[in-house]
Design a protein around this ligand. Structure first.
Ligand SMILES: [Zn+2]
Length: 460
């Protein structure tokens, strides 16, 4: 019998509905067994742990590039565009080794768990050694990420990205790989599929108890349409998630139309890359027809609003996509900040700034994007709610911090989503295991020191 644990949450939002008071939660190993609201604090069984504040299901960070964490602040010097930011990002990409990537990713993932993230979708394209020479194990970089997640205590979906060409020029011409991009490419989608097969997942895509396999088409810029099919076909083998960057910049759309006579969403649709297991990341610059295509296919749209603001991408049509039928999930992408509560409220605030109206997404809808929809789009549909049978993730946000003091229980979820920060997260249980307690990471004892030690050598 797995260990049975019990918690008594002062307040809990269970993944849907209203905030509940006095919720007795029982888990057997990594799975929740019973969830009982309305239990008085003095009526709980002996040994029950108290969770003061508002307890949420686990938060999923559905779009991460772990190595971008090294660029925080650095890329805010001076001016520039997405494309000048990308040059600086490539400098760090060119320096990473499996060892330095492990150290950086472990520290970045530890920062995420401190912020309440229980599962990360790592959109991974830094596959090979410098100049594109594969490592002895061609998945050495991907394995470093899996190990990093295990050491930081959170679950991971390794979204192994196919990345073949250097981009599309505005006229639609395919550009050759720049020297640093050779690390990203397997040459062809068939060779991508061979390498990913050698990761060694089981027939369900399970890589380890904490890790599942997924795929990504980096973007229409980096994968020609005739190379998309092997990636799509691979995901059908065990129903794996398929992610792609979509229409982050107007230049991507212009190049796609020039090259193919189609928008990026239409190109992906033509390749069979849309559907309920697919997640389109950013989805910022869409036509009305694109929105209808994504909604009709029930593709998920992953918004990364802080990154989209930092990179001057634009504000995507979140409300229109949701109305069309797309679930929404959230990612911190470039990790300019790591705070899923911030990402959640920025979706609504972006809509307000664009429309001059309030109230497009309520706190529960935004929390559902961060929790249930985020996990579902990473291939963990059994996580992201506090219900019997779900994965035992609990994220407790203190309500006695300077930001949240005075919170009224009936509007506790609104307070946390619209005013809470990562720094207010105090306790994190992931798959039944304590990972953060009293704001301290239990597996990576000094997260700031780990971040500093990992980042410093990459920037000098
Ligand atoms: Zn990205």
């Amino acid at each position: 019998m797995p260990d049975v644990r019990r918690w008594h949450a002062e307040l809990a939002w269970l993944g849907a509905g209203e905030v509940q008071a006095g919720v007795l939660i029982e888990a057997a190993g990594p799975v929740l067994r019973t969830v009982t609201p309305g239990v008085a604090a003095d009526a709980v069984p002996p040994g029950t742990e108290r969770l003061a504040g508002l307890t949420l299901p686990g938060l999923a960070n559905a779009h991460s590039h772990a190595f971008h964490r090294a660029l925080r602040g650095v890329t805010e010097q001076g001016q520039g565009t997405f494309w000048t930011w990308r040059e600086r990002m490539y400098q760090v990409a060119g320096r990473l080794t499996p060892d330095s990537y492990l150290a950086l990713a472990r520290a970045a993932y530890a920062e995420m768990t401190l912020a309440g993230v229980t599962c990360v979708g790592e959109f991974h394209y830094l596959h090979h050694g410098p100049d594109g020479v594969p490592y002895a194990d061609p998945n050495e970089m991907g394995r470093a990420l899996l190990l990093a997640a295990g050491q930081a205590g959170l679950r991971i979906t390794l979204l192994d990205a196919c990345y073949l060409s250097g981009g599309l020029a505005l006229g639609g011409r395919a550009e050759p790989l720049a020297p640093v991009q050779r690390r990203f490419s397997d040459g062809t989608a068939e060779r991508w599929a061979e390498r990913v097969a050698s990761l060694g997942s089981d027939e369900h895509g399970v890589l380890a108890p904490h890790a599942r396999a997924g795929a990504a088409i980096h973007s229409v810029r980096a994968v020609p349409p005739d190379q998309m099919h092997p990636v799509v076909a691979w995901t059908h083998g065990f129903g794996a998630p398929l992610h792609a960057h979509l229409s982050e910049q107007p230049a991507e759309n212009e190049a796609s139309v020039a090259a193919y006579g189609l928008t990026p969403a239409q190109v992906l649709d033509g390749a069979g890359a849309l559907g309920p297991r697919s997640t389109m990341v950013h989805a910022t610059h869409l036509t009305r027809q694109d929105i209808a295509l994504l909604g009709g296919s029930r593709s998920c749209a992953c918004f990364c609003p802080s990154t989209e603001a930092f990179l001057a991408d634009g504000i995507g049509p979140a409300a229109a996509l949701a109305a069309a039928g797309c679930p929404l999930s959230l990612g911190s992408d470039s990790h300019a900040v790591v705070d899923l509560l911030l990402e959640a409220r920025l979706v609504e605030l972006g809509e307000r700034l664009q429309t001059g109206e309030r109230g497009h997404f309520g706190a529960a809808a935004l929390a559902a994007a961060a929790c249930g929809a985020g996990h579902a789009c990473l291939g963990w549909p059994e996580a992201g709610e506090i219900v019997p049978g779900a994965v035992a993730d609990l994220v407790t946000v203190r309500l006695d911090t300077p930001r949240l003091a005075g919170t009224a229980p009936p509007s506790a979820l609104e307070s946390v989503i619209f005013a809470g920060t990562a720094a207010d997260v105090s306790q994190v249980v992931i798959s039944g295991r304590d990972v953060v307690r009293d704001g301290q990471h239990l597996l990576v004892p000094d997260v700031p020191a780990a971040l500093a030690a990992a980042i410093r050598p990459l920037l000098t």
